[in-house]
Design a protein around this ligand. Sequence first.
Ligand code: FAD
Length: 384
Amino acid sequence: RAADVVILGAGPAGLLLGNLLHRAGIDCLILERETTDRVRTRARAGFLAPNTVRILDRHGLAGGLRRAGREHSRCEFRTDDGRFTLDYATLGRGEPHTVYPQQELVTDLLTEYLAVGGRVHFSTEALAVTGADSTRPQVTARGPDGAVGHWPARYVAGCDGRHGAARRSLPAAVRRHRDHGVTWLAVLAEAPPSLDAVGYAVHDRGFAGHMARGPRVTRYYLQCERGTAAGAWTEDRIWAELSVRLRADRYGPLHRGPILDRAVLDLESDVLEELRHGSLVLAGDAASLISPCAAKGANLAVLQAELLAEALIDDLRHASPGPLADYSARALAHVWRAQEFTHWMVHLLHSASPFDAALQRSRLASLRTSRSAQDWFAENYVGV
Ligand code: FAD
């Protein structure tokens, strides 16, 4: 049946939005392409910004991360010139990250939403949004039995990621796109973290990264050739390459374990301008894709979902259309700030020419030696 708001996608953006709308008494329905099991177990992000924790706290949705999340505040850079560590919670605004795997957050948000009677249709893929110019837009979607149905709404919230139906249905948006020309092999290993910091290794053979996900699971990144298949590298080759680039011979061996998951990511950024077309509004990766260098994507998704929820509640509950009219500009201001810092991080961690490599060394030297550069880094690193 119809709903005031049909939300596409049950990721962090769609589920937070669903929770906030439902609690405000707005009838909403989430359509999600994947099964409930897949949604609850898909491992992606893990570093939550202080603002994300504040948003979830504000709405009583931070129980799980308060119980099981761990504060994290150190990052270590390893280069040919040695290594240095920044304790970023003592720099900038003095705030740490909270490490809490995205699938746990998604599970918490889904559990809360279902507990208060929220509606989700799993295994239901949105195909198109039509009538966004009118006050009666409609989502066409294919359900689990393969049948195609139609869901009319007053508003459609596109939280279905970069390849979702919402983006395809936003005719007037301009896409600002940057391909950074860098590819990462992202692996999730069943192994304890190897250092008590986020590790960023700059090496002639390419970048390598280390990020804790919990006491027994660690995410690693390896820069690889564009076009590399996810399964192309054996586990031995992955561990050998990580050890070389993270300079395990000098700084200690890596804790190895089976690879649980792997994916190849081309580092790209794009932003849609505007994020609203009539009755269709976008949030999260659907609105803006950001390369994972600075761990901003899930945090931006949460921030945008809260902004969008407030705007939709004002419009539908209080007949106040101003915040919805301003939503795109407000959300984009945060998006561009995160894009700018992430772009800087891409160039801090990779270089494509000897000239770039010299700039990179100079940037790293500033970060190692200048307190004001460290404060700027810390403020932006944990901020959204
Ligand atoms: P998603 O989480 O992608 O959710 C979209 C949902 O829509 C999905 O459930 C999908 O199945 C569904 N969907 C898609 N198409 C359709 C359709 N047609 N119909 C119905 N449903 C559809 N970010 C951070 O902040 N910190 C990190 O440390 C971090 N690390 C990352 C590591 C990796 C390897 C990757 C890939 C990403 C990482 N990110 C990180 C980014 C982060 O995971 C995303 O930015 C975040 O998931 C965006 O949330 P979302 O709700 O907008 O989209």
